[in-house]
Design a protein around this ligand. Structure first.
Ligand SMILES: Nc1ncnc2c1ncn2[C@@H]1O[C@H](COP(=O)(O)OP(=O)(O)O)[C@@H](O)[C@H]1O
Ligand SMILES: [Mg+2]
Length: 323
């Protein structure tokens, strides 16, 4: 092959390679553009999905609120209705009494009967209005916004002891004792309002539902355990009472579920507890229960939320040890 031929061949090869490279570059560019478009599509889909999810969550929340409001209206209607009826029948009885009195027809026996009647009616009206008021108070707690009360720095064991002290009237009324097991001191920054509400509801439940049927020699006991792990604050509130009735176990966290409607139960206590534990504290709530043995609630609350952080320990004043 002559030099000129060689050059020709070389050039041809060069041209082929160059156009192949060009083609490859073009393909690559196409692919990149395609990928970019796909990526954009994906991002758009993701945004749509996120929006859909947010809308669903919002709808779910509104549905829950709607159901709650309907529930509130329904629940409050009954005691208010009874209170109105009872008051108006007391009013009628008083009017009769007045007429009889004015006409000089009033007998001693008649007066006694009327008093008893009016007292019953007023008592019924009063207890039902109290029930309505208790429902309204509970609902205030149900709305999550009410619970975002500021957090403050406390010594947790001291706070637990104080809470139990403030619940002494309930405990005493049920002849129950409280036993606390907590570290000597544990400095935390906590939303004390909601935390106190949780303790109060669980201790009241322990007394009202768990312990009432427990007779001596068994000592009615509410136990409170606090434990700090690396990641969580663990709280246990237990009673050695009757245990949650078997048919009730699956429903106790539902709003308005109560086995004590006749004696003033609203069925909101545990619903509120669950809302506070999961929403305010971002934690979890579980329980164990056994008929005739008792019920224990386990709260696992993560450190490092707006509602709960582990405060740096206050500088310890050094004290000579007693050992
Ligand atoms: N410590 C407990 N021991 C036994 N039963 C309990 C206990 N705590 C709750 N329960 C059951 O769970 C139900 C729901 O409790 P709650 O939501 O606080 O409503 P309420 O106290 O108004 O009945 C109670 O009616 C009761 O049957
Ligand atoms: Mg309750």
């Amino acid at each position: 092959m002559s030099t000129a031929d060689e050059a020709q061949a070389w050039r041809a090869r060069f041209e082929r390679e160059r156009s192949a490279r060009k083609e490859a570059e073009r393909l690559l560019m196409d692919k990149a553009t395609e990928l970019y478009a796909t990526n954009q599509d994906l991002e758009r889909s993701l945004a749509t999905l996120r929006a859909a999810e947010a809308a669903l969550v919002q709808r779910e929340r509104l549905a829950a609120i709607g159901a709650l409001v309907a529930g509130i209206a329904h629940e409050i209607n009954t005691p208010l209705g009874i209170a109105v009826t009872a008051s108006s029948s007391a009013d009628e009885e008083l009017r009769t009494l007045e007429l009889d009195f004015a006409a000089g027809r009033l007998t001693r026996a008649g007066l006694g009967q009327s008093i008893a009647y009016v007292r019953d009616a007023v008592g019924l009206a009063f207890s039902n209005m109290e029930r309505a008021a208790a429902l309204v108070r509970s609902f205030k707690m149900v709305s999550a916004d009410e619970q975002t009360e500021g957090a403050r720095t406390i010594d947790l064991p001291a706070f637990l002891r104080d809470s139990i002290t403030s619940l002494q009237s309930v405990l005493k009324a049920h002849r129950a004792q409280a036993v606390i097991a907590a570290p000597d001191s544990l400095s935390v920054r906590a939303a004390t309002g909601p935390l106190g509400q949780v303790l109060s509801n669980l201790v009241q439940n322990a007394c009202v539902h768990g312990l009432t049927t427990i007779a001596p020699p068994r000592v009615r006991t509410v136990s409170l355990v606090a434990r700090a792990t690396e990641t969580h604050l663990e709280l246990e509130i237990g009673d050695n009472g009757a245990g949650i009735e078997e048919h009730a176990r699956a429903h106790v966290l539902e709003a308005f579920y109560t086995t004590k409607r006749d004696s003033g139960g609203t069925g909101l206590g545990l619903h509120i507890v669950n809302t506070i534990v999961t929403q305010t504290f971002g934690g979890t709530l579980r329980f164990t229960t056994e008929t005739g043995v008792g019920t224990t609630w386990f709260l696992t609350l993560p450190w490092g939320t707006e509602a709960l952080t582990r405060a740096p320990a206050r500088p310890q004043t050094t004290r000579p040890s007693d050992e």
